[in-house]
Design a protein around this ligand. Structure first.
Ligand code: 5AD
Ligand code: SF4
Length: 461
């Protein structure tokens, strides 16, 4: 936490506000991507330091923070619904409950004001650029009669350099960069997360060493566009070089990363992955569309052929690599032919997994103002079609692994049956397997005995 004095002042105010509560509970509700999940772990660490016990159940908590996402409309609607649902619960607590709303949505024009006027029972609103000042924000909110709002245009400290209360014992998120310079025409991220800022290499490596010291074996390096890591640092460091250094850290057995932009993906990166000792052969490479016409309108900076060349190289160097992607259907002006090109790309690449989204117009982005917006029914229908196609591919890709023996990092024990664990293969596929006495965080050989669209089944060898 920033300083001891702030902590003491918060504790005094919390003692007043939550007097008589035997065990103070806090809940951080996360929407959206891993970057948000990583930020939530930082908020959770502050709350823990303040004496809160963390819970997953917002309704039962004395303090609730909603860490929001605005990439698609659906996530935004859920936030408003879920914040609204706490009004009655807060009233029933005699106004004692403390509610905060933060994250990407708050960085959008007018949203903080909307919360302040429509949801006046919210205690604090803050954005992505001042997450590291959470303790001071909480203090100000506890002192304020009205909703305390602090949303900044720019970052003025380092959000990454906060300890995290890591949720998973087996995988630790490590942020390597923030923001995005690409301005894909559909995307709101560059507006709410700002320009690309890489974190100093030594700081990243220090954090990874710290993770290794806790016994955690897997790290996930995070950034909106990890392939441009280092461009803003000077000194010639790039993402491949960072990976090579991380690969040498003792105790780390698996290194994953996301997200890669095809435009910035170098041969050096693929070669580094193939040669790495602990770098997982898993590549999440969002293509968004299989049509050159749409890719151009999206401002993605590559063609279908460019993209397929990368996939071919990746497969040549790492035949067993797990490849996944993001697809948007129903982008403005998408014709049946454009859509068919996306379908044919999915059939050609045969991804292990694909995240399929219906285009959602975002206020202030160029695509939202483009003519020929696609009607909802058409988006819905195309979405169902790609979903059926990809499910069939995933089921086939998974079924081919039946009979194989693969190393799996055990992530968690099933809640229903403590002989069942779940974990992931090196290529990133989920495996539910039976084993006695395996602790989460260990890598064990698993024979694959069955496969569905969502996961593999297996048993420990
Ligand atoms: N509508 C639908 N999907 C979107 N994504 C980003 N912006 C939008 C939008 N406006 C998807 C992209 C991206 C993923 C994280 O979310 O596929 O890769
Ligand atoms: Fe959004 Fe494109 Fe940046 Fe990804 S690369 S965060 S899709 S603008």
């Amino acid at each position: 936490m920033e300083n001891k004095e702030i902590k003491e002042q918060i504790c005094v105010l919390l003692d007043q506000r939550l007097a008589g509560v035997p065990e103070r509970k806090a809940c951080v509700v996360t929407y959206g991507c891993q970057m948000n999940a990583c930020d939530s772990e930082k908020l959770a660490a502050v709350l823990r330091e303040l004496g809160f016990v963390l819970t997953e159940e917002a309704r039962a908590a004395d303090l609730v923070i909603f860490n929001t996402c605005c990439v698609r409309d659906h996530a935004e609607k859920r936030v408003y619904g879920n914040v609204g649902a706490l009004r009655k619960i807060k009233e029933a607590s005699g106004g004692r409950m403390i509610i905060g709303v933060c994250g990407c949505m708050m960085q959008q024009k007018g949203v903080a004001e909307h919360i302040r006027t429509r949801y006046p029972f919210v205690d604090m609103v803050f954005g992505t650029h001042n997450l590291h000042e959470f303790a001071s924000i909480l203090l100000a909110a506890l002192e304020s009669e009205r909703t305390f709002v602090d949303v900044r245009e720019k970052e003025d400290g380092c959000v990454h350099e906060m300890p995290a209360e890591r949720k998973s014992l087996s995988t630790a998120y490590v942020t390597i960069m923030q923001g995005c310079n690409n301005f894909c025409t559909y995307c709101v991220v560059p507006y709410v997360r700002g320009r690309e800022r890489s974190r100093e290499t030594e700081r990243v490596l220090d954090e990874i060493r710290g993770v290794a010291a806790t016994g955690c074996r897997e790290i996930m390096l995070l950034g909106q566009n990890v392939n441009s890591y280092g461009k803003d640092l000077g000194g010639g460091v790039n993402f491949a070089a960072l990976l090579r250094q991380a690969d040498r850290i003792k105790g780390i057995e698996r290194i994953r990363f996301m997200t890669s932009h095809p435009k910035d993906l170098s041969d050096e990166l693929l070669e580094t992955m193939a040669a790495g000792r602990h770098i997982c052969r898993q590549l999440h490479l969002p293509v968004q569309s299989g049509s050159d016409r749409i890719l151009k309108k999206m401002n993605r900076g590559y063609t279908r052929a460019d993209y397929l060349t990368i996939i071919e190289k990746a497969r040549r160097l790492m035949p067993e690599a797990g490849l996944s992607t993001d697809i948007i259907v129903g982008f403005p002006g998408e014709t049946e032919d454009d859509f068919a090109a996306t379908e044919s790309l999915l059939a050609e690449v045969r991804y292990t997994n694909a995240f399929l989204f219906k285009y959602s117009p975002r206020r202030g982005t160029p695509a939202a103002a483009m003519p020929d917006q696609i009607p909802e029914e058409v988006k819905q229908e195309r979405h169902a079609r790609v979903m059926a196609l990809q499910n069939a591919v995933t089921a086939e890709v998974n079924a081919r692994l039946i009979g194989r023996e693969l190393p799996v990092l055990a992530e968690s024990v099933s809640k229903k049956n403590d002989r069942m664990l779940s974990g992931r293969t090196d290529s990133g596929i989920l495996v539910n397997f039976s084993a006695d006495g395996v602790e989460p965080g260990t890598i064990v050989p698993v024979r694959i005995t069955g496969a569905t669209v969502s996961a593999l089944r297996g048993e420990r060898v």
